[in-house]
Design a protein. Sequence first.
Length: 181
Amino acid sequence: METERLRLRRFTAADAGLLVELDSDPEVMRFLTGQPTPPDEVEKVVLPAILRLYDEHPGLGTFAAEQKSDGAFIGWFGLLPTAAPATVDVGYRLNRTAWGKGYATEGTKALIDKAFGELGMDHVIADTMAVNHRSRAVMRRSGLRFVRIFHEHFDDPLPGTEFGEVEYAVDRRTWEAGQRA
């Protein structure tokens, strides 16, 4: 899949180093786990789960994002199954060097279009910590709308967890209306 500036492709077993580097940045992981993901976990748990999902859910998955201009890896975008029928979860994780350049919105919009246009989904959702204002702004710019705030229990909560998690979503009818506008 391609956007104006990005190429999204499936990860391969040879991409472990890219994921290790991405997940080793504490700022990238700030609102996720609050700490780098151990390389061993990326190689033995995270990447195999990404690769397995391609076969289990055709059309869905976590896709490596590369700049079309130079092929540089900037992170990933995910379109993942949920427990709800015809509903997928969209997300992303980008290197700090890619922050603030509009890539998150560009890639997220492309996956929302894929979900409705190609895959026939009825709903696309996304969530983040309520205090993650940059991701919330990306969700809004991508056409997702605030649905709710909710609280989850974490044994080792991150700073800001007390303010809850937020869910954003868009349904097919709203997306189609935006396509006609």
